[in-house]
Design a protein around this ligand. Structure first.
Ligand code: ZN
Length: 223
């Protein structure tokens, strides 16, 4: 969607049981498809936005939480996807190679932390100053766009860098020089915006979809 100069890729449900990512995607698509939504209209003017709603289609069909049909964690395959083992990633990466990628967002749910947080390619030891600045811009913009987002709690730095070169945000950062981002949402609830009845709900995920697009818009505009 869109015809602007920047190339934005958003992928969701590499881990097929993280259904909050599907609701996130519905909120993002509603925003992009609404001709009266200023965020969607502006982002489509700034960028081509490519969205892959469910990367791990066979895993979703089988009811897997994380693994693909071949039994692999697709979010550890992006540095060198073998089409025989991870055809889902090889296919999406081939499409990315045709367009390039300035910013990528990979949408997930985290089973343990009761927060919405970002893990970015800034954790990679080879990240450039521009990539680190891009991750910081996205975080600042998402803080402004959503009361549910926070930056105090997230994965420890030891989770980053060369420990996980096959993670989408690291690998796309290295391959394209992209601002590589992973967004994590909680399974149970967010301590920043607790809902004692519904917890972290489909509606909360939808709202985070739109807020994330607003943050992407601010990030690609500044870059
Ligand atoms: Zn995940």
């Amino acid at each position: 969607m869109g015809d602007g100069p920047k190339r934005v890729w958003v992928v969701a449900c590499q881990h097929s049981g993280e259904t909050m990512a599907s609701w996130w995607m519905e909120g993002a698509l509603d925003c992009l498809l609404d001709p009266t939504d200023p965020v969607g209209v502006a982002l489509r003017a700034e960028a081509q936005v490519h969205l892959v709603p469910i990367v791990n289609i066979d895993g979703a069909f089988r009811g897997n939480l994380r693994g693909s049909a071949a039994g692999v964690d697709l979010n550890r395959q992006w540095h060198a996807p073998d089409p025989a083992i991870a055809p889902e990633v090889a296919c999406v990466l081939a499409a990315m190679d045709k367009t390039g990628c300035d910013l990528s967002l990979d949408v997930h749910g985290d089973e343990t932390l009761p927060h919405v947080f970002v893990d970015g390619c800034d954790q990679d030891p080879v990240a450039t100053a521009a990539q680190v600045a891009g991750v910081r811009r996205f975080e600042a913009a998402l803080l402004a766009a959503s009361p549910a987002f926070q930056t105090a709690v997230g994965y420890p730095p030891t989770y980053g860098g060369d420990a996980a070169p096959g993670m989408c945000n690291r690998a796309l950062g290295r391959r394209f020089g992209a601002i590589g981002l992973t967004l994590e949402m909680p399974f149970h609830d967010s301590l920043e915006t607790p809902d004692p009845i519904a917890g972290w709900s489909p509606e909360a995920s939808r709202r985070m979809g739109r807020a994330s697009l607003e943050a992407i818009l601010n990030t690609v505009r500044a870059g």
